[in-house]
Structures are given as structure tokens and as C-alpha cells.
Design a protein around this ligand. Structure first.
Ligand code: GLY
Length: 579
């Protein structure tokens, strides 16, 4: 098994060899890092036309909806973290999908009361949450941008209209989704040829999505949430366009669910780590809290004189402890009393840190008691421990900054690769399956409820030093998003790697499991680094790749460095504006 894995890795490394140069660019202008060159070019076009980072981020995101439609798009939702240079503050724009009015804790239960199989629940109208992306873009542009939809959607409309060449990564994900897309006539027509994924090298155009973007450009946010586009989403969810003989569970979505959808402006989670200020995403994402908590646990240790393996051991164990609490306590704060103060307390972190020994915990750890560290002790909830619910490894993240110093860290998604698999008839975009991010059986803080936002792991993060931006990072990858952002921060701050090296390094994801997930795409299994950690009791479970991060470093000399992936997700794109 190991020999086969190593051979597969060697073959992949050779195949990717020509592309393996890491996208890194440094300069004095605005910067962008995304997983798609088309999307980075769209952001640059807007920056060069005088737009700011918020305008450019929406342009890049809309283009990713064309070139990376299986990971993200207007049929989904996300979390945007904005650093406003003139206000010197960070704002979180939560445009997570919301459950429709018809939802209740029993929606994902079988007739006998057992939880539905997660994979079986995904490709249905039932899994579709009210999309938040267009509302989020609208809020970001009107409050912090300088341009309107007409300008920022123009590059994406062009790419959708003219088309782009299908690459190996698009094809890989398309292939993985053949069965899902075969369920729906609209998805089969857009993403399959003779029941197979679109071939590498073919030109893929999406004129229906171009027209939907044009409708939004002309009619604004209302054109999406009211009127014909909204009506076609309601019809697609309640009467999915299933191919003959395919059984699909419909949802129950109304025009009012769409019209009433709101993005929420939230305070970021704010914490400190070894002299840095870490700003992350609050609930309904668990990302900001889990990263802050894990870093607080790590801060309990003096790292001077510690080897790389010893520091990585602490990272893995701190992540394990943070995930035990994340799984037990964090959900949409509008529905659950999340013990924020306790979870973010340095004293609580020191207590949790005492559980870490010189060797890996033999398996899952119990959640702690953050309530003892709340000033308000009136919330005596003691949930039973739960295993990590299933979450997909998909989504996308982008980073943009501009000459004025504004920064956008933006993660958005349609949840699983290909979302629910339902392409809205005549509109050219896939609907999400975000509601499968709820825990299926009660009692649990993250149980399905009407108007609730399912818990997320998305972790757009902005890091300040002495009050000024130091770097920003984020990634896709379901619950591995948290560990990717966390490990990159540890690599950069504690192991002293450049942000580019921190991002490219092999990833290890410990989420309170018996084993730690590692990648076969990079030469980690069998390496000296792996053996050093194995000697401390760490055991591995392998997956091909973890995450696809993007980041920007704000350097002491006034330059910025945009960094993206050399290999993962086919490699990304990083560009700094030239004068
Ligand atoms: N669906 C992935 C996340 O929200 O974290």
C-alpha cells in the first residue's frame, strides 16, 4: 500500500513537474492570489481600472464561479473578511446560506429516526440552503467598494461568454462528479459529454451564466432574490430537474425565503499570538474560534530550543483539543449560547494545554469546560461528545489587497464539489448542498432549524503586527480549512518559514481523530519529518491533497508578496500590480 502510494506520488510529482514553480509575486501595488489565473486577471483588471480590493475580490469571485464552478458560485454562500485601511478595522461579512422556513430538526432523519447517510443526502433539493453570495457581494460593494455590479461582473461575463480551456484539475473534479451530474438533466447538459466529464483541452462556455450575471449587473441584488431568477431557483429546489428514473428528494423553498435573505456584518474573532493580532471569522463559522483557541494553547509553551518535530507535535495536539470543543459547542450564535469568552480565554487554554504530553494522545479527547471561564456562568449546557460530522473537502479562498492598504480575505463555496448537483434551468449555476453542514441528529447545537445557518469551518484570517497588516491566509477544505490556516500560521510565525514556504509545506490535519490526515501529493509519507512525528506516536491517514490556500504577506519594506499553491488544485495564481 505504502509502495503504491509512493509510486503514485512520484508519478504525480513528475506530471506536475512542469507546473510546480510556486506562484509568488512581490511589488508595491495591489495584489491578488486565487486558485484560477482567469480570476486573478479579473481582479487585476479591476485594480488597474481604479477599483479597490473589495471591487477586485468580487470580480475574482465571480470569475471563479465560471472557471471553478464545482467549488463556488452564486448558488452558494461564504464569509468575507475586509480590512478597511481608512477605518483601520476589520469587518466580517457573513453571507452563509440559511435554512428555509420549512426546516426543522427532523429533516435529515430516516423514517426509523436514524440519521440519513450524508452522501445520500447531498444530491437533492432538500440539501439546498438559501444562497447568500450575491447579497454578500452587494453588501461588500455598497459599503466598502467603489464600483457596482456592472463593472465588477464584466470580466466574469467575458470568460463565461468566450469560454476557457478545460484543464486537468477541472476535469478531475468533473470526473468525480459524473454520477451526481447524471442525476439532473441541466447538470448533464452543462458538465457531461456522452455521460462523461468534459475532456481536457475542450473549450467550455457558459452563456446562461453570462446572462444571469448580466441580469444581476442590470437589476442589482433584487434581480437575484426576487423575480424570474428567484422563481427558477425555487422551482429547481422544489421540483428538481431529475433525469428519467432518478429519485430526488425535493426541498421546500419559497420566494419569501429568498427575498428575506440577509447578509450579516459581524465583529471578527480577535485574539493574540506571540505579539501578533489574529482576526478571524465568527459564528456561524467555527474557524475563527478554533484557530484562536489552538494558538492560545500553543502559546502556553515556550518554543525556544524546540525542534521542528516538537513544534509540529504541539500544533497537532493543540488542534486536537480545539476541535474537541469546536465539535461540542460551536454553532450559529443566533440559535445557541456559544461560550465565546471561555473558549477564547488564555487561562482556559493553559488548562487545556496541560493535557498535552510528549507523545500524541492515543485517540479522541473529551471537550473541556469553557463555562468555568465565562464571566456569565448561567449557561450550564454540557453536550455529549460527538464525532466530527462529515464535511466536504471543497470550497475556494482568495486574497486581494490594494494600494490604499485595504485587504479582502474571502472564502466561499457551494459545499461539496458540484454542490447539490442541481444546475438551475436556464441560469447556468449550481445550487449548494450547504444544509448538509448541519449535524443530522438532535440534540446538538448545530441541529437543523428554520432560518439557521449551518456551522462552517471557513477561516479567512487577517493577521496584524503592531497595528498594521502582517499577512492574510485562508483555504478551502471543509473542516481541514481550520488546520490548513492554523498550520500555515504556525509554519510562518513559529517555524520561521516565508509565507510561500509555509503555504507550500506538506499539510497535516488533526481534528480530534485517532489518526492525522496527511497528503500523498507531496513527499510527506515516509519522510524524515513523518518519522520524527511517528516517534512521538502520531499515526497517519492519507488523502491526495489538503486545501488550496492563498495569502498575501505585507513586508516591512512596504512591498507586498502574493502567494498561491504550486501543486494543489492544479496550482494557483498570484499577481502584484505593476506601475
Ligand atoms: N462547507 C464547508 C464549510 O462551510 O466549512
Amino acid at each position: 500500500m505504502r509502495a503504491r502510494t509512493l509510486l503514485a506520488t512520484a508519478v504525480m510529482m513528475a506530471a506536475f513537474g512542469a507546473l510546480a514553480r510556486q506562484p509568488v509575486d512581490t511589488g508595491h501595488g495591489g495584489a491578488v492570489a486565487t486558485i484560477s489565473h482567469h480570476a486573478s486577471l479579473a481582479a487585476m483588471e479591476i485594480l488597474n481600472a481604479g477599483g479597490n480590493a473589495i471591487d477586485a475580490a468580487v470580480a475574482a469571485a465571480a470569475t471563479l464561479g465560471v472557471t471553478d464552478p464545482f467549488s463556488c458560485g452564486i448558488g452558494g454562500g461564504g464569509f468575507m473578511l475586509i480590512y478597511s485601511a481608512k477605518d483601520r478595522r476589520v469587518i466580517a461579512v457573513d453571507h452563509r446560506e440559511v435554512a428555509p422556513a420549512s426546516f426543522h430538526p427532523g429533516v435529515f432523519l430516516n423514517a426509523d429516526g436514524s440519521a440519513m447517510d450524508w452522501k445520500a443526502a447531498v444530491p437533492n433539493g432538500l440539501s439546498v440552503g438559501v444562497p447568500g453570495t450575491v447579497r454578500g457581494w452587494h453588501e461588500a460593494l455598497t459599503r466598502y467598494g467603489t464600483m457596482g455590479f456592472e463593472q465588477v461582473l464584466a470580466p466574469a461575463i467575458r470568460v463565461a461568454e468566450e469560454g476557457f480551456e478545460v484543464g486537468p484539475n477541472f476535469h478531475r473534479i468533473n470526473t468525480a462528479n459524473e454520477a451526481k451530474f447524471a442525476r439532473f438533466s441541466t447538470a448533464s447538459a452543462l458538465y457531461l459529454q456522452d455521460s462523461k466529464a468534459l475532456p481536457v483541452g475542450s473549450l467550455h462556455r457558459n452563456p446562461e451564466l453570462a446572462q444571469t450575471y448580466r441580469d444581476i449587473a442590470r437589476g442589482g441584488v433584487k434581480a437575484f432574490y426576487e423575480g424570474p431568477i428567484a422563481a427558477s431557483m425555487v422551482a429547481a429546489v422544489n421540483h428538481p430537474p431529475a433525469n428519467p428514473g432518478v429519485e430526488v428528494i425535493p426541498g421546500s423553498l419559497t420566494m419569501a425565503d429568498l427575498k428575506d435573505y440577509e447578509a450579516r456584518l459581524r465583529q471578527p474573532v480577535r485574539s493574540s499570538y506571540r505579539g501578533y493580532e489574529i482576526l478571524g471569522m465568527p459564528t456561524p463559522s467555527s474557524g475563527g474560534i478554533a484557530i484562536a483557541q489552538a494558538l492560545n494553547i500553543m502559546e502556553s509553551f515556550d518554543l525556544s530550543g524546540k525542534s521542528r518535530a516538537e513544534i509540529e507535535h504541539l500544533y497537532l495536539e493543540a488542534s486536537r483539543l480545539a476541535f474537541a470543543d469546536r465539535n461540542a459547542y460551536v454553532a450559529d450564535e443566533a440559535f445557541t449560547d456559544v461560550p465565546f469568552e471561555g473558549l477564547l480565554s488564555k487561562d482556559y487554554a493553559r488548562e487545556r494545554a496541560r493535557l498535552i504530553s510528549a507523545t500524541a494522545a492515543p485517540g479522541k479527547v473529551e471537550q473541556g469546560d469553557p463555562y468555568a471561564f465565562q464571566n456569565d456562568l448561567s449557561v450550564p449546557l454540557r453536550p455529549t461528545p460527538r464525532p466530527l460530522a462529515q464535511e466536504s473537502m471543497h470550497t475556494t479562498h482568495l486574497a486581494v489587497s490594494d494600494r490604499e492598504g485595504n485587504i479582502v480575505a474571502y472564502t466561499f463555496t457551494i459545499e461539496d464539489w458540484g454542490g447539490s448537483g442541481i444546475v438551475v434551468p436556464g441560469r447556468g449555476f449550481l445550487l449548494n448542498n450547504e444544509l448538509t453542514d448541519f449535524d443530522f441528529s438532535a440534540p446538538h447545537p448545530n441541529v437543523p432549524e428554520a432560518f439557521k445557518r449551518p456551522r462552517s469551518s471557513m477561516s479567512p484570517t487577517i493577521v496584524l503586527k503592531d497595528g498594521a497588516p502582517a499577512f492574510t491566509i485562508g483555504s478551502p477544505g471543509g473542516s481541514t480549512i481550520i488546520t490548513t490556516a492554523l498550520q500555515t500560521i504556525v509554519n510562518h510565525i513559529d517555524l520561521g518559514m516565508s509565507l510561500a514556504d509555509a503555504l507550500a509545506a506538506p499539510r497535516m490535519s488533526q481534528r480530534n481523530g485517532d489518526t492525522t490526515l496527511v497528503e500523498t501529493l507531496l513527499p510527506f509519507p515516509g519522510s524524515e519529518q513523518a518519522r520524527a512525528l511517528e516517534a512521538m506516536g502520531h499515526q497517519w491517514r492519507e488523502t491526495e491533497q489538503i486545501g488550496a490556500a492563498n495569502g498575501i504577506r505585507f513586508n516591512a519594506d512596504g512591498t507586498v508578496t502574493a502567494v498561491s499553491e504550486p501543486l494543489r488544485h492544479g496550482g494557483g495564481s498570484a499577481i502584484v500590480q505593476k506601475h
